[in-house]
Design a protein around this ligand. Structure first.
Ligand code: ATP
Length: 370
């Protein structure tokens, strides 16, 4: 078993930098407790780097990510930094396509001690995973927009959605395998809900057909379908009824923010972008320019993303110490919120990034020792 794991660290812009400091402190505290050294290699990339150098994601950073055991990512993009076509500089999308990180995994759950905006008592039991197809769908159109002009005046612009059998089958397979795994851990039947718009678009009807084929290959997991508009309603009305849901890239992008709100905000929503070879882990939030540089960001999403990275590394390497480390982080986060000692500013509390980090690191050290 390896004694050192190489982690490519891309803090990026805005609060990406701030929450990454929290992740680094946590990994450092974890090292002696699981007997593993994390060699963190820090790299510059993002919108500010683009302003400074003209390049948002240097080749050398891509190579370093390729070599690393995993990629830990903060957030990138600034509203005033845009390319020639008017879109933001968003290297995380380039990384997803480059490394074929086809599964955007967004677990969402309530934490004891923290309020949810939903008043229904069952909202305390939210615990599901949104699986977003990351490499095609409407995002396939990025950089390919077809701008039509008449007499030099732009008149129509087309962004085309791509749904392939290969892309859909592999993301559905990923979702069913995840549901099987969750079912085994939780001791109950698994369920995958497909979210599409098959009543309107041929591409989505095809997506649903491929989902149904995947469902048939996994008879032990319950499967159902929902239109994305109905899902937006259901996710507010009864989010506690879901287990795993799988959806197209753009729908997944939108629903990701909605589900983060269910448990208190973006600072509570971790994510992993996972392919067959590489894994990139980042909070679901962006660079939050409105609070950047003020020490207000909730680092919890980043810390939980770090735990996801360790779980993924454990699966890939068979090194159970990494899974132990992931569990320690989860327990530490649960502990600081459950005992009421910490209330992030995102929840209207007094605690900023450094306070939350200190509390979680402290709980990790204390818990690991008991
Ligand atoms: P992107 O499109 O890059 O994902 P976004 O436009 O969705 O970004 P975010 O940067 O995620 O926007 O911010 C959305 C809102 O959530 C902002 O008001 C921001 O301050 C808040 N927010 C995001 N992350 C955090 C965090 N970790 N802690 C506290 N508030 C946050």
């Amino acid at each position: 078993m390896k004694s050192t794991y190489q982690i490519a660290v891309l803090p990026g812009d805005g609060i990406g930098n701030e929450v990454m400091q929290a992740a680094a402190a946590l990994l450092q505290a974890l090292e002696p407790r699981i007997g593993i050294h994390f060699a963190l290699e820090w790299h510059k990339a993002g919108a500010q780097h683009y302003l400074d150098t003209g390049v948002s994601l240097p080749e050398s950073v891509l190579r370093a990510c390729e070599q690393a055991d995993a990629i830990l990512f903060g957030a990138m993009g600034l509203p005033h930094v845009r390319g020639a076509d008017g879109t933001e500089i968003i290297p995380q999308l380039d990384l997803r396509f480059h490394f074929d990180l086809y599964a955007g995994v967004r677990p969402i759950r309530t934490f004891k001690g923290l309020p949810t905006p939903l008043s229904h008592p069952k909202a305390q039991n939210i615990d599901f995973v949104l699986v977003r197809e990351n490499t095609e769908g409407l995002f396939y159109a990025r950089g390919r927009g077809d701008v039509r002009s008449v007499d030099g005046i732009e008149t129509e612009v087309y962004d085309t959605m791509k749904i392939s059998r290969h892309g859909t089958a592999r993301i559905c397979e990923f979702a069913f395998k995840l549901a099987e795994r969750r079912a085994a851990t939780k001791g109950r039947e698994g369920r995958v809900t497909n979210v599409d718009k098959a009543n309107v678009f041929a591409s989505m009807a095809f997506w649903r057909k491929v989902f149904e084929e995947s469902a048939a290959a996994h008879p032990g997991v319950a499967a159902d379908n929902a239109y994305v508009d109905a899902m937006a309603l259901n996710l507010v009305m009864k989010p506690w009824t879901y287990d795993v849901m799988v959806t197209e890239n753009m729908f997944g992008d939108i629903l990701s923010d909605l589900i983060a709100a269910l448990v208190g905000g973006m600072g509570m929503a971790p994510s992993g972008d996972i392919g067959d070879k590489h894994g990139l882990f980042q909070p679901a939030h962006g660079t939050a320019p409105d609070i950047a540089g003020q020490g207000k960001a909730n680092p919890t999403a980043m810390l939980l993303s770090t735990a996801m990275m360790l779980d993924w590394l454990a699966d890939h390497s068979g090194d159970t110490r990494l899974a132990d480390g992931a569990a320690m982080i989860e327990r530490a986060v649960e502990h600081v919120f459950a005992n009421g000692s910490v209330r992030p500013m995102e929840f209207g509390g007094p605690h900023g990034t450094a306070d939350v980090t200190r509390a979680v690191v402290g709980a990790l050290k204390a818990k690991a020792a008991t």
